[in-house]
Design a protein. Sequence first.
Length: 309
Amino acid sequence: MHCPADGLECHVPNRAFPVVDDGAIDASEARMHGALVFIHIMARIIHKKENIMNEATLNTLKADLSGQVAIVTGAAQGLGQRIAITLAANGAKVACLDMKKEGLEETIQAITDAGGIAKAHECNVTDRERVDQVVDHVVEDWEKIDILVNNAGITRDTLLPRMTDDEFESVINVNLRGSFLFMRAVSRYMMRARYGRIINMASISGARMGNPGQTNYSASKAALVGMTRSLSKEIAGRGVTVNAVAPGFIQSAMTDALGDVAKEEAKKRIPAKRLGTAYEVAAAVLFLASPAAGYITGHTLVVDGGITG
Ligand SMILES: NC(=O)c1ccc[n+]([C@@H]2O[C@H](COP(=O)([O-])OP(=O)(O)OC[C@H]3O[C@@H](n4cnc5c(N)ncnc54)[C@H](O)[C@@H]3O)[C@@H](O)[C@H]2O)c1
């Protein structure tokens, strides 16, 4: 029997309670049936526990980032916040950047409460002067930059015939140009140090598939993947890797904005039958940020529950 809700193969007889000739339930068969139902329910619980990553599961994944310095943009909430916390939990000092001061404070608090080191920098990733200034500050504070996670991103979804210039340009400006500004600012430090890990937050929208209403967003993310591949070839010889992570539908403020109906529709199309979590994206970033991923560059790691598989 196949359980469509979660894709789990299970072996509960697909029939009603066994009934003997006179209509009474046979007691031993009924007990057997009850036991099988119990096993089925437990299997579903275990199956779900094993598959949905939470903080404890993420903490089982370890990378030695001690002594390393990381910059994470868009670190005030969502994926960026989880990525910053994860890199810090693995020993990196983390410069957390965002325009949202309050969210940044929350991220810093979470990191320092757990014994990590982090510093907040208010920064609009589209402000070239500020980007250069923040990168220089990080180097003044901590002498180097080992890891850059270009995570800040926005959506301004609407169908193309109705899309304004501002909706198009603002998305390209934050998602693509902001990442470019940071890559340019950090790459000279990384190349000089002959070590670096750059991770760009792309999306399956653009990187792997089209999405109606997202021509601006998918253009920005497809271009980010192209930039990732080209830069990886420019600086691989200096020990700097450049990769992208392309999440699918992940539980976050960004997907909450889609509304419940759209989220339920999305779930039906995802082979894993659920949205992903920030922990699952952070795990992919942690791997690519680690010294162990030194021979992987120009790659896009898709984290999407199988939707583009
Ligand atoms: N959530 C998803 O399902 C999903 C899927 C694919 C890709 N992504 C990508 O992952 C990244 C993070 O997504 P999220 O869901 O956590 O989004 P989010 O909206 O929850 O967080 C984005 C963060 O980026 C910050 N930010 C936006 N513009 C900025 C700017 N100009 N300068 C500095 N900071 C800025 C915001 O303040 C916010 O803290 C984005 O690049 C997004 O495109 C998300």
